[in-house]
Structures are given as C-alpha cells and as structure tokens.
Design a protein around this ligand. Sequence first.
Ligand code: ADP
Ligand code: MG
Length: 570
Amino acid sequence: MKKIIVLPPEISQKIAAGEVVERPVSVVKELVENSLDASANEIRVELLSGGKKMIRIQDDGLGMNREDALLSFERHSTSKISREEDLLQIRTLGFRGEALPSIGAVSRVTLKTSDGDEEKATQIEREGETVLEILDIAYPRGTSVEVKDLFFNLPARRKFLRSDQAELGMIVKYLTYVSLAYPEKRFSLIHGKREILNCPPVASLRERIFQLYGKSLLEKLMEVDYEEKEGRIQGFSSRPPSGRHDKTHQLFYVNRRPVRDKILQGALNQIYRGFLERDLFAEAFIFLSLPYSDVDVNVHPAKAEVRFSDSQYVFQLVVKSIEKAMLKERGIKEIYPVAEELKREFRIGEKAPSPAFRIPGEGKIEAQELFPLPKKEEKPSVQVLGQYLETYIVVSREDGLLVLDQHNAHERVLFEKYREIDEKKVWPQKMALIPLLFELSPSQALSLESNQTLLEEAGFRVEAMGGRSFALKEFPDIFQAEEAKNIFLFLLEEMKEEKVTDKRERLLATLACKTAIKAGEHLSREKMEYLVEELFKTANFSLCPHGRPIIVKIDRSEIEKGLKRTPNWR
Ligand code: ADP
Ligand code: MG
C-alpha cells in the first residue's frame, strides 16, 4: 500500500460533486429545486446542446443579497436548516448546501441575483473552484444561474454523457415530472431557439395534466383522493380497463417532492393487478402527504428517494385510495368486499391458467429440442383438434399434443410477414381522408423527432399542426384509421428510449402484437388451420417476437404413462 494522504480540496470537491451532479438533468433538478425553495412563481430553463454547453435557470424568487450570494457556493452553506433537529422536519426540497458548490466545482458558472432590497444586484463569475469576478449589476428580484461547459475539468465524466437529444429527453422528463407538482407556477423550457415546454400557471393538477399530456390521457384517468389519520393520497390514476404496457408512467410525490419509491409503486401495481389485463399497468400521478416528521428525505445523494417511518401504513393508504376511487367511478357505495364486485364490473380478462404441463428447459424452449424440424419431403402430420378457452389452439401430432397460444402464434406469423414487407420497403400506405389529429406531450414530440425517419419508412407520415397538435396523414394499409392512430402513439412511447438497440425490430414486433388476434377471440377451423400452417413455415416458431413461448407440448409418452398404457399399444 502507498501512504495515506488527505486529498487536496480541488480533488475532494470534484469527488463530492460527482454525488450530486451526474449529468445535465441533475444540474437542472438542483437549480429548479432552489428556485422552488425560493418561492419563485416562474421558472425558465434554457439549454444549449442538451445542457452540455449551457444550462440557464431564471426565476422570480426571493433572490439573495451580496453576502449570501458569495456564501452560497461554499460547501454545506444553506439557509434552509440550522440545527440538527431540523433534519427531522425538512420542508424544503434542498437542505444540504451541496448543490451550488458541486455544480460550481465542475463548470463555469455565472450567478445573477437580487433580493430586491439592496441597491445593487450581484453578479458572480466562477470557473471551477476559482471566483473570476464579482460585479454590481442592475437586476430585478430573483436569480439566474448559468452553467456552461459542464465537466470541462472532468473529461472522464464528460465522456459518459449521451447525445444532445438523449440528455434533453431526460430534462424534459424531469421538468414534466416536477411541474405536475406545482400547477400554480409557470415552467418553460427552451432548447436552442426552440420552445419545448411552456406551462402557464393553472388552477389544478387536472389542468396541468391537460397542458402536458392533452385530453386523451385525462380521459383515461380517475381522480384519487383519500385521507386517513395524518396521511392523504391525492392525484389521478388509470380507470380500468385503461392502462399502459409498461410502468414508466407511474409518478409519485411525497409532500410534493418527486420520488422513486418501491413501496408506493408496489402498492399501486398490486391493487391494479386484479383490474387490468395481464400486460397492462396503471398510469398514475400519486401525491402522498404525510407529516414531515414521518418521512426521512436525507437518505439518497440526489434526494430521489425517501424513507417512511411506517411503510406498512403508506402501502395500505395507496391501496385504499385506489379502491375508493374505483368504487366511486362505478357508483358503488359499500367498500367491502371490493375485489369481486369490481372485477365483475370491469370484466377482467381471465387469469392466465397456471401451466399444467412441464416446459422443458424452464420456459426457455429451443425450437429444435421441442420440434425437431421435419425433413423437407416428410409431411408433418399435424391436425387441428380445436380451440380451448378461446385462447389456445390444440393440435395433435404423432408424438403428442401441442397447445398453441393463438395470440403469440399469430404475432410470430405477422412479425415474419412485416419483416418481409420491411425488407422490400413496400409498406402499403393509406392516405387519411380526414387527417387524424392528436396531441403529443413534450416527450412524445421529442420521440417523434428522433424516430421520424423510421416511422415514415413503416408508412406513418405525420405533420406538425402547431403547438402540441399533430396530424397523421398516411398510415399502413393494414390498419383502420383509429387503430392506426393508437398504434402510432404506442410506437412513439415504445421508441422513446434512445437505448433500444434495434428499434426496427421493436417496431415490427409492436406492429405484429397490435394486429394479432387476441386471447378470447373465437376462431373458425379454417383460421386455425391457416394459422398453424403459417406458423410452422416460420423459422422460429417456438417463441413470439417478444420472446414469450408459443407452444407447450404434452408428450405422447406422458399421456401413455399417465393412463398406464403400454407405449406400443397401437
Ligand atoms: P441547499 O438548497 O441545500 O440549501 P444549495 O447549494 O442548492 O443548497 O444552495 C445554497 C443556498 O443558496 C440556498 O440555501 C439558498 O439560500 C441560496 N440559493 C440558491 N439558489 C437560490 C435561488 N434560486 N434563489 C434564492 N436563493 C438561492
Ligand atoms: Mg439546493
């Protein structure tokens, strides 16, 4: 071992900064929190290159006098707490006095601020740890923090930043998230010359959801409001059977602080499990209010998580609030027994039957292992016996019985077809007679921007109509108009993640899933025979494009064993 040394402040500051400032969105988050803590009514965010070149946050909050402005960059300098006991009752978003020093350590900062009392406002120019200049300026009450060249002195960090579009996407997501908690304030976001978000003050969360997501989302939500003892849950949550195919639209707030929380999320998903189709999850905006002393916000470096003194209580509170909201929706007075009544009301699709057969290789089926491909000339003597539970197709074969999931099977068949069309680049197109109008949230609009070419290649042509409105002008022939619109919106969500490695495959898989027959659909014998035949023509017929199995097999030998037949009875 080398000898131990105490790191010089230039290095230790950078290490500490790493805890707070990971990427542009962390800077935006800390600065917006400061503006909110300073009681600002208007918060304006400007960015260049996804925040990598420049982030400027301007507010009309309480501002600072010269002395405080200079102090604010010192580590652990804060106006928000002063005694140890204060940590048990934190009402502000910030409290550690770490954000400004951390941001300052890894960028070039210009702070302009005025508390409206002092004659001269203050401007401070910094570069890393060095103060370059302190100036008297004229400035209205409020604060502007401009952060340039993030990580200019930390190339290792800079290397890990993603594309402008990706960094911007995270910032849009964060601002959407936080602005939902403060509908009474104005938030705006400008990227380069483009205004991406502009939310003037509104009177309620409902209106803020409308501003950000439009009418279509609001229509799928029900209001939640439940109070018990000292806790209260408010917000909006999916009205079954509405839901979405992933959990990305589940936003939680504790005392108006945006948080990620396993307990809240777990409770939400547990209660919805009985009310939504198998692959759907609730969309939810859940605001939990608790006494400040019952929540520890000092548990996560970026304050993104909290700890509850009684998590069981919090869990129950969420469950009860959703139950109550559902009952209210259906006009049902009595609270218990909830589940049976509600399930009947919402006509829940039947549960997936528990697998009665053993799947070799624990669910991971190799096509070859299960179904050694018949040699070319040999006809696979399969015969469709019928449909089971309007969900499965039962097929007999020399060596046993096959049970096919009709949706997954059709999905695989369509996927191969679409792939063929896609390779030939001949997606049939249909002009929309009446352009199909819809509204996009800021993050959906971004997704459209980055995926437009791909979507156009697949036959979806969209035109901007100003503001958040867009029109679908052309779509693939295989869809009805309304269906095309829904699928298009779904694709936008699917392709939001920049990381998705093969977007094209994903797009085709989604199209296949959306157009395939569903579980619960009655199929004629001809249809089943056609489907089985088409399926066995595909190369990979044991897994659907999403990787779910298509077929289970009951071996003839197993049947014989179970029925105590000698194997060669015939
Ligand atoms: P914290 O928010 O944890 O107190 P920060 O480093 O973020 O720590 O900020 C330090 C102090 O600077 C804050 O406590 C506050 O007094 C002051 N400050 C920072 N930003 C603003 C702002 N936008 N308006 C007014 N005061 C601010
Ligand atoms: Mg702060």
